[in-house]
Design a protein around this ligand. Structure first.
Ligand code: GLN
Length: 487
């Protein structure tokens, strides 16, 4: 067979399937076989070939009937934080063991309407809390570039699966960096849209004022295709969904970058940024200069405060969101208990992992009477100042570029049991999250151990098409996004 779907982009696969040179069923079978061969990565936590093939047959029928959507027959997979009717949903937690949703998340439904076929559910940190995917009740995911290293988190299964070509594209969610950081660590492309552009309906909630869905794929072009299907208002189901019509985010992929001002925040390039990561970023930024962009130094003076602000706000919202897991409505319930309170206590003690419990305790504390003003309110004020810093910066530049993380992916176990070390590594992704800005990670070469380095691009509100344009132009000039780990 001359055409091997393993290497095809989303656009190529969609074209082949639409032209009926490859059926959706064949495409699904191809990737299901690859998934079965790469079980050691622990990227998938739920598979149901029957359900997948039924979706694929429906896609083939829609193509035959001429009613197919733009992604008809394209195999994708969803982070296990999105609820799905056809597959169980655990959010990486024992608390949701055996749970099956009666409905699909809006993101899942929109991609299905576009014709995408779901291969299965992808491993992630428990309730999306983490940066290494080691906080999953299903066990850690391995980085396909080096199985002794973490894939990043919390969307680690999504990143590992795309990097290992087990699926052409996947969904992820980003609360404080969980699309960008694993994309960077696995050498793939990911985009988190402006807060409110993608519906949160059916995403198991972590921190509602920060959570956003987005695609993770090999290229900016593929991300644009998926993002265009995923976004759009959902007013009846998500009250924070914005009233902005769906867009073709790929409409200006090829636009020249002449005169584009790329801001480099001084605070993103200081001590703490590993020299190998810095060297890769410098080379990528030189490419941008060759493409006609101008690099300008900017400042985001409150960068450091993003960590304490985020680690107050996110746990506060998490403690409130996770109160619904009480053993009554869904998921796990302790087998033995004395009375109702004892049932709650034992269920939650058994169902949640250590990191989730830590955040519930921090969140409950900062929201409690007497501490609310000192912590939660203060954090919200800092959040506003961080957002203001970005608006100030965007007076002098069109896009912002910097690292996604201070180092390449670390070894499994290296930061396990050290929550602060994990939190500190989020420094470059948290500011954009707190401000609600769109952000990307784009493959930008390799660092220590031959591990991938990601370049973070941040745009102002609604600048997704511009971000994807800048990423695409870099990908036309470099081939980092085409390189893959030994498979
Ligand atoms: N690493 C961050 C955290 O642990 C971000 C996670 C995310 O974006 N879901 O909260």
């Amino acid at each position: 067979m001359a055409f091997d779907p393993t290497w095809a982009s989303v656009a190529e696969l969609a074209g082949k399937i639409r032209a009926r040179e490859l059926s959706a069923v064949e495409a699904a079978q191809h990737f299901l076989a690859r998934i079965a061969q790469h079980g050691h990565l622990n990227a998938f936590v739920a598979l149901d070939p029957e359900a997948t093939l039924a979706q694929a047959r429906a896609a083939d029928a829609a193509i035959a009937a001429g009613t197919a959507g733009p992604l008809a027959g394209v195999p994708i997979a969803h982070k296990d934080i999105f609820v799905t009717r056809d597959f169980p949903t655990t959010a990486g937690s024992k608390m949701l063991a055996g749970y099956r949703s009666p409905f699909d998340a809006t993101a899942v439904a929109r991609l299905a309407e576009a014709g995408a076929v779901t291969l299965g559910k992808l491993n992630c940190d428990e309730f999306a809390m983490g940066s290494s995917n080691e906080n999953s009740a299903h066990g850690a995911v391995r980085n396909p570039w080096d199985a002794a290293r973490i894939p990043g988190g919390s969307s680690g299964g999504s990143a590992a699966a795309v990097a290992a070509r087990l699926v052409p594209a996947a969904t992820g969610t980003d609360t404080g960096g969980s699309i960008r950081q694993p994309a960077a660590f696995c050498g793939i492309t990911g985009i988190k849209p402006t807060y409110g552009r993608a519906s949160r309906y059916g995403m198991v909630a972590f921190a509602s004022s920060l959570d956003q869905a987005g695609p993770m794929a090999r290229s900016a072009e593929d991300c644009a295709l998926l993002l265009s299907c995923l976004c759009g208002p959902d007013p009846d189901r998500d009250s924070t969904s914005l009233d902005r019509p769906a867009e073709d985010f790929g409409r200006q992929l090829d636009a020249p970058l002449d005169g584009l001002r790329i801001g480099l925040p001084r605070e993103f390039f200081g001590d703490g940024l590993a020299p190998d990561v810095r060297a890769a970023l410098d080379a990528a930024l030189k490419e941008y200069e060759k493409l006609g962009a101008r690099l300008v130094e900017i400042s985001l003076p409150r960068t450091e405060l993003a960590i304490p602000a985020y680690y107050v706000i996110a746990p506060a919202e998490a403690s409130s969101n996770l109160s619904r897991f009480d053993g009554v409505k869904f998921g796990h319930r302790a087998a033995h208990y004395d009375d109702l309170l004892d049932m709650y206590r034992k269920t939650r003690a058994e169902g949640f992992g250590d990191e989730v419990k830590r955040r519930i305790m921090i969140g409950t504390y900062v929201l409690s009477h007497g501490y609310y003003d000192a912590y939660y309110l203060k954090a919200q004020q800092i959040r506003r100042l961080i957002a203001d810093d970005f608006q100030q910066a965007f007076q002098a530049c069109d896009l912002i570029a910097g690292p996604v993380a201070p180092t390449v992916a670390w070894r499994l176990g290296d930061k396990a049991g050290d929550p602060l070390a994990n939190y500190l590594a989020d420094i470059y992704t948290l500011p954009g999250s707190l401000a609600g800005l769109p952000g990307m990670s784009v493959p930008a070469g390799f660092g220590d151990g031959g591990m991938p380095v990601g370049l973070q691009l941040l745009g102002n509100y609604f600048a997704e098409a511009r971000l994807l344009n800048a990423a695409h132009r870099l990908q036309q000039a470099t081939d980092f996004h085409l390189l893959h780990p030994p498979l």
